[in-house]
Design a protein around this ligand. Sequence first.
Ligand code: SF4
Length: 366
Amino acid sequence: MDLFNHNTSEEGLALASRVDPQYAPVWQDKPPQEQTALAMYFLPHGSKKSVLSPTRPRVIKWYCPFANQHSFSSGHRYCINVYTGCAHSCEYCYAAAYELPHPDVKRDFAKLLEKDLADLERFDVPSAPIHLSNSTDPFQPLEATAGHTRLALQELLAHRRRFTSVVVLTKNPRLAVESGCVDLFRKLDSSRAQFLIEVSLAFWREDARQLYDSGAPSIQDRTESIRQLCREGVRVVLRIDPLFPSSPLSGKTAPAATYQDFGLPLPQTLDDLEQLVTFAREAGVQHVVYSPAKIVQPRMRQLSPVMRRMRSLYEFVAAPERLTFRGGSWRLPPAVQSDVTGRLLAICRRHGVPAKCCKQNLIETP
Ligand code: SF4
């Protein structure tokens, strides 16, 4: 072992011994060389703190900086949030809990990405999955002028062996197609390592789509682009996500009610879900991903009028139990969540379409 590697190894192991116990499952069973590499890449080098969190890299970050690995075992994986904020303005946006909505580019994105990739090589960090993006849509309209997603995918391709899989999540697959990214998607996919594009489409009627994800492309726009991607051999996952309670709303402490009683259009009928799953099967997507909708408290803002009404509706459906507030959002009791997801699962089973909940989908993407 040369002096550089010896010193790096000593420094890395010393850093790894200070990692916050909530991230320990990612480190603890790895051989010393991998612990060193992870520590040198993820942990701050000059910090005087006795307990370290994975915060150092610039653009290619720890998958979920809030996740306690004992309760959410996302493991060693990365995320690039290509932009800040998002133009789609979804009412249920989970990122609103910690991000401001105004879409913008990241300063020096290309330079910082290059530095992170150089560090992955320099420290010989073992390969892991990478996701674009958790907190923004990488193919929102800004991409048409800034092109940072395309740039990031080209760079990932140049360092492909550092990533076991590349996953892109978007509501705007048309821009991916029209900006000529399909060829890149195919190159990123191989028999050893997957490329997946996850497209979110939770609604089947425009009136629901226009209220709940008002800034996102139309349903037809998304379905046409999904079909095209599948035809061109790209692996597509359909996210029928999030799912809302069915109507009539069966309150246990009051007579049944409807969405109209709360001043809201019905997000998803049983027939909508049937149409979405039929579409998934016919288009040839890999599988469907789902999760129950949460009411997200936006950072430094009030709940929107729509979500205020939705929270009242959730309280009605949950009664006599109460909503749980966790991780910046209100959640339905587990039994109600099972009802919400159960009707989609029954339809998927009937159509022979595999379905995974959001967390399972993440953990099973190797
Ligand atoms: S597309 Fe995703 S990140 Fe953008 S507003 Fe909708 S939920 Fe939030």
